[in-house]
Write a protein that binds this ligand. Sequence first.
Ligand SMILES: Nc1ncnc2c1ncn2[C@@H]1O[C@H](COP(=O)(O)OP(=O)(O)OP(=O)(O)O)[C@@H](O)[C@H]1O
Ligand SMILES: O=P(O)(O)OC[C@H]1O[C@H](OP(=O)(O)OP(=O)(O)O)[C@H](O)[C@@H]1O
Ligand SMILES: [Mg+2]
Length: 296
Amino acid sequence: MRIAVPNKGRLHEPTLSLLERAGLHVEETADRQLYADTVDEDVTVLFARAADIPEYVRDGAADLGVTGLDQAAESGGVVDGAGAAAEGDLVDLLDLGYGSCRLVLAAPEDGDIAAVEDLVDKTVATEFPNVTRDYLDRVGVDADVVTVTGATELTPHVDMADAIVDITSTGTTLKVNRLAVIDDVLDSSVRLFARPDVVDDPKVEQVLTAFESVLAADGRRYLMMNAPKARLDEVKDVIPGLGGPTVMNVEADADGNGMVAVHAVVDERDVFETISELRSVGATGILVTEIERLVE
Ligand SMILES: Nc1ncnc2c1ncn2[C@@H]1O[C@H](COP(=O)(O)OP(=O)(O)OP(=O)(O)O)[C@@H](O)[C@H]1O
Ligand SMILES: O=P(O)(O)OC[C@H]1O[C@H](OP(=O)(O)OP(=O)(O)O)[C@H](O)[C@@H]1O
Ligand SMILES: [Mg+2]
């Protein structure tokens, strides 16, 4: 099974660290620029440009791909479930949560394009011509689309285009180039994509579960403590936990102080408050640790 991942740019490092956390350590080899083995002998990683990854998966060069939804949408059809897939579609298996950005329609702040309807018979420059044409069709506006390969924000200022469709996240680039957002075209983030014919493959399901377990662990902490047996109900009220906390006998408690060990998974945002509540119901020796993966 082959997974195509970004070979450089902003998506490279976070994707490698996700593979690592998912237990799919990527082996260092001489050919690392192109492909690499992982600790799982059935899983190989293929390094490709973020923009090429959807095509690699559609063509069968890879079975799974990690890249932005914007890139997948530009390269063809994307569906949520394998059941709905048509020939050549990619299945969006999982939102991996990073690389969040928006594709927006933008035009010069002080120009005469204030709404998409103003673009009839005008020109839109973009690195995403297919997504842009689909969008213009959807809103029923007949405009020309010019494909550029970078510095899209410049084109309205050099009479190449009247508006652009481009990526924005903080909005800084648009602002610097005196462009205002006119409409949202697509919300994007990095996803795990598959070809419809491999979705039910046990290995693909295994990779999906591993990725999901990393996302499930994000933002959660593992709490361990000793608590008086007599106050267990109060302790449980403080930490609802994942299907209730785990309660264990404490061996050192042979002298009968009535202490038990309690373990629970809690939201990291609740840790601060929970710890003082736990202390007030008699918990001691409270430990807070990170969780690597959580298979629910
Ligand atoms: N400013 C941004 N904020 C968040 N995500 C972004 C941003 N720009 C791009 N992305 C996401 O990263 C993907 C890859 O972007 P791109 O192909 O421009 O590579 P890059 O990581 O910017 O590297 P380079 O442009 O140097 O090749 C985009 O398709 C998009 O999904
Ligand atoms: O809203 P912002 O936070 O300003 O981000 C948007 C910018 O980020 C990306 O460029 P990138 O930094 O990847 O440079 P690139 O044009 O070389 O890809 C994208 O192409 C936008 O230009
Ligand atoms: Mg870029």
